[in-house]
Design a protein around this ligand. Structure first.
Ligand code: AVJ
Length: 318
């Protein structure tokens, strides 16, 4: 039997945490919904499409860096570590790391179990001798890692500048939580996007083909599908702006006219010009990144960037 599609609008199957975050987020001023809710199946597909856009430099730049630093990482990290990837998603960058560090095990952690099982299978096929232990969990919380890898020193892997989604306060908390989960002697390889001209940053989050706009708007569509919403999509537009004071790109859904709608049978009104804040993507200069790592209990060991200094990868030790 086919398993029921949880995205075909059956309200009873909606994630209660999604409902709670959306309702609270629409109630609050300024309105804001956490970025993690972008990633339903359609959102994950749109994000994959974003990573191929000419304007979206982070993914290809980070892959270029990881591809180039394998030998150095191997020397600094040593063989036999258990690699723990936080928010592994489709695990596209993982083979680059696994090929160089000769790990004793690989633990991909992701909140989306379906995605996790698919990518673990693909990875096991590519690395038949590797112990792959997929772990379905919210990596923001402290984790009890599998006992099988209790004795191996850990290498945390947190690529993609996912840390940028968090405010510095939350980012430091998460780094400390990771340090606790990974234990004695752990190391961390983490990607962070750098501060640069708004002329490069803004188009990366507001591309000419409109894929990022579709990614942002999909959140409204998801509310309609999963929370029985009546949000008029044509009353909103995608906005990406550089907040220089806070060194972050913000994505918003801006009402282009006054609109009334319901979500989960609750009425909401939005006025033209008001926004729903949907994502932050913090950027870190070289010193900022090192300070953040130290604030999270990690000591920077090495760092690498691309020739244009767009993106950086940091290796740190607990
Ligand atoms: C996956 C959080 C790193 O902030 O660049 C891409 C998400 N949002 N385009 C980022 C994203 C809009 C992305 N992260």
């Amino acid at each position: 039997m086919l398993k029921p599609d949880i995205e075909d609008g059956q309200r009873s199957l909606a994630d209660p945490a999604f409902r709670a975050d959306v309702l609270a987020g629409l109630e609050r001023r300024p309105r804001a919904i956490p970025a993690r809710w972008f990633y339903d199946r359609r959102g994950s597909e749109l994000f994959e499409a974003i990573t191929d856009l000419p304007e979206y430099y982070p993914t290809r730049t980070e892959i270029g860096i990881l591809d180039r630093i394998g030998g150095e990482v191997r020397d600094l990290v040593g063989p036999g570590r258990a690699v723990v990837e936080f928010g592994s998603g489709s695990s596209t960058k993982t083979p680059l790391l696994l090929r160089c560090v000769e790990p004793s095990a690989y633990v991909p952690i992701d909140i989306s179990g379906d995605f996790l099982r698919d990518s673990s299978k693909t990875l096991s096929a590519a690395f038949p001798d590797l112990l792959v232990l997929p772990f379905e969990a919210d990596f923001m919380r402290p984790l009890a890692l599998p006992r099988t890898i209790a004795d191996a020193p850990k290498l945390g892997f947190f690529p993609g500048s996912t840390i940028g989604n968090m405010t510095p306060l939350m980012a430091a908390d998460l780094l400390r939580t990771m340090r606790g989960s990974l234990g004695e002697g752990a190391m961390l390889l983490i990607g962070m996007d750098r501060i640069k001209s708004a002329d490069i940053l803004v188009p990366a989050y507001d591309d000419a083909a409109g894929v990022t706009a579709a990614f942002n708007m999909n959140l409204l569509d998801r509310m309609n599908r999963e929370l029985d919403g009546t949000v008029p999509l044509d009353a909103f537009r995608h906005v990406a702006r550089w907040n220089d004071d806070r060194a972050r790109i913000e994505m918003h859904l801006e009402a282009v006219r006054d609109a009334d709608f319901t979500v989960d049978n609750r009425p909401f009104s939005i006025s033209a010009g008001e926004t729903i804040h949907t994502e932050n993507s913090h950027k870190y200069g070289p010193r900022d990144a090192r300070i953040l790592l130290r604030a999270g209990g990690w000591t920077p060991v090495a760092e690498w960037t691309d020739p244009d200094g767009l993106f950086a990868v940091y290796l740190a030790e607990a």
